[in-house]
Design a protein around this ligand. Structure first.
Ligand code: GDP
Length: 305
């Protein structure tokens, strides 16, 4: 099973999916357009969340960082007048340093991530979407901000005029991503931010064409007229899409076979051009995530086999 993922909604779904299928059978293609250098070390927030989830150390109260991590380095830097852009725990930083060491010796982001996966005892395959640096940039009335400066620095408050994924046209999906997609029929687009988490993956050359040949089920991160969490609504508006599950379906377009919408959603099946299915998609517990994952797997076997 392949999933396309950001760093919050889809990881919640994966948490439940892991209770049903073995990690060895899961590949996650992860957004890297929010990667950023913090105090000289590259942080790949979405990839790191997925890594920590599979190694059983993720702080699932926040969906980032390592459970019970300490913040000695972050605090020491603050005392010296450096306020880091992201709160980075010590063990979290160690993992990022590990990856960066291999990259410094010439490994690609993918190779270094696979080595980090191995070091963390992970059996799932976690693939950054590309090896090139791409950056989500948010245009606001006061200037252009990197996504992390917009979301973490400014807490998502500025008005958003445009979203640009800088560098995406020069980037390519990795050979590992392409090979994995060639060898699997079923793809889940998890309930992640369509614009900043899934959009960059879909914008990579050739990905949409491959996905059109696959069985693709997406889960809406938007219920009614607002996202479950985060800035997806504001960003979809800025891109000219309605903030609704229908807007999400429109953004994904003809790669989709089925759109899973929440059973509390105000949209109806007749609002969509594609098949929709309604489930409870609010994953407030592992049990709820597992139940949603089970329904999605049933959907694959019911429709495609
Ligand atoms: P990010 O990388 O941290 O922005 O995380 P993602 O893009 O993976 O996930 C953010 C999106 O997940 C938001 O748009 C939320 O609306 C959505 N989300 C978070 N939790 C849930 C949930 O329990 N159910 C659904 N349907 N969506 C969720």
């Amino acid at each position: 099973m392949i999933l396309l993922s950001g760093g919050t909604g889809t990881p919640k779904l994966i948490q439940g999916l892991r209770r049903i299928i073995p990690d060895e059978d899961i590949t996650v293609i992860v957004n890297t357009a929010e990667d950023i250098i913090v105090s000289g070390t590259m942080v790949s927030p979405d990839v790191d969340t997925i890594l920590y989830l599979f190694s059983g150390i993720l702080d699932t109260s926040k969906w980032w960082g390592i459970r019970n991590d300490t913040f000695h380095t972050n605090n020491a830097l603050r005392k010296m007048g450096i306020n880091e852009k992201l709160m980075m725990g010590d063990a979290d930083r160690a993992a990022c340093i590990f990856r960066e060491e291999f990259m410094r010796k010439g490994a690609s982001l993918t190779e270094a991530t696979l080595l980090l996966s191995e070091a963390l005892g992970i059996k799932a395959k976690i693939l950054p979407m590309c090896n090139e640096k791409v950056d989500t940039m948010i245009k606001t009335p006061d200037g252009v901000l990197h996504f992390q400066d917009f979301w973490v620095g400014e807490r998502g408050t500025p008005d958003v005029q445009e979203v640009e994924i800088s560098g995406i046209h020069e980037a390519s999906p990795t050979k590992e991503v392409i090979n994995t997609l060639k060898n699997e029929d079923n793809v889940i687009i998890g309930p992640s931010n369509p614009i900043t988490s899934i959009g960059p993956i879909l914008a990579l050359k050739g990905i949409k064409e491959i996905l059109k040949t696959k069985n693709v089920i997406a889960i809406s991160p938007i219920i009614g007229d607002s996202p479950v969490s985060g800035p997806a609504g504001k960003l979809m508006n800025a891109r000219g899409y309605p903030v609704s599950s229908k807007g999400v379906a429109r953004f994904y377009g003809d790669i989709l076979d089925v759109m899973v919408i929440d059973d509390k959603d105000t949209m109806n099946a007749s609002d969509f051009d594609i098949r929709t299915v309604r489930y409870d998609t609010i994953m407030t517990s592992v049990e709820k995530s597992q139940s949603l994952a089970k329904n999605i797997l049933k959907l694959f076997s019911g429709i495609y086999e």
